[in-house]
Design a protein around this ligand. Structure first.
Ligand code: PGA
Length: 235
């Protein structure tokens, strides 16, 4: 238990392993609540889940999904939104029906109220059974950025400069002005966490993550306080 670290030499191997962990879990508990991250790190894993759904149509028919985070002030139909990504990579391929899909709306008029709404949803439907995470170059998880104090629950996050260099938004002329994210305790309340470490510029974040020293300067290090984390590292 604790953090189980595994290294992979190729992205496909890492993605297949992550998908297998989810498939095993959903077979054991078909109605599980899955917390979905967005980005380059989990794309291969979603592709493997799509293939599993194609060969077994009933596999994900009860699984529930909650979004980990969302860019603020971005139209939800815009291709950079987490909404767009999740519809394309997860919700449509796995046929997750609207009653089983929840989370922040990118175009919520009042982001603080949206966070209260999602907190209530999580309280009612949670805890999360499996949470998939990527890591930012600055060690963030979701939009929990390095800070003097971590925020426990859903909140409107000020985005770090490095976050605005993420592949999803780097080419936008009008960048998101904030993020909406589950908090660190919301994430740590998940029964099982799968952290995927892939992508360029992650060397320093990875070094801090594997060191085992918990610090708010590298938020992902808080995963060391969780009893059941699979950390899959490409490299
Ligand atoms: P990435 O993003 O998977 O696109 O590298 C991870 C993150 O910044 O949280």
């Amino acid at each position: 238990m604790g953090m189980k670290i595994q290294y992979f030499s190729d992205y496909e191997g890492m993605s297949t392993k992550a998908a297998q962990l989810i498939i095993d879990a959903v077979k054991a508990k078909p109605e599980l609540l899955f917390c979905a991250a967005t980005g380059g790190s989990p794309t291969g894993m979603y592709k493997a889940l799509k293939e599993a759904a194609q060969s077994d149509e009933s596999l994900f028919e009860k699984m529930k999904v909650i979004k980990l985070d969302e860019w603020g002030d971005v139209d939800s139909k815009h291709p950079v939104s987490c909404e767009y990504y999740l519809q394309e990579h997860l919700v449509n391929p796995l046929k997750i029906t609207p009653d089983r899909y929840m989370g922040f709306s990118a175009d919520a008029e009042n982001p603080k109220e949206e966070c209260v709404r999602v907190s209530c949803v999580l309280q009612e439907k949670g805890p999360i059974d499996i949470c998939i995470l990527g890591i930012g170059t600055n060690g963030h998880i979701g939009f929990n950025e390095p800070n003097l104090q971590m925020t426990d629950h859903c909140h409107v996050a000020k985005l770090a400069p490095s976050t605005l260099l993420n592949g999803m938004v780097i080419n936008m002329t009008k960048k998101p002005t904030y993020g909406l994210t589950l908090g660190v305790q919301d994430i740590l309340s998940a029964k099982h966490i799968i952290m995927l470490v892939a992508g360029s510029g992650k060397e320093e974040a990875t070094k801090h993550l594997v060191s085992g020293k918990i610090t708010n300067d590298w938020p992902a290090t808080h995963l060391w306080s969780h009893p059941n984390v699979d950390c899959l590292i490409l490299g």
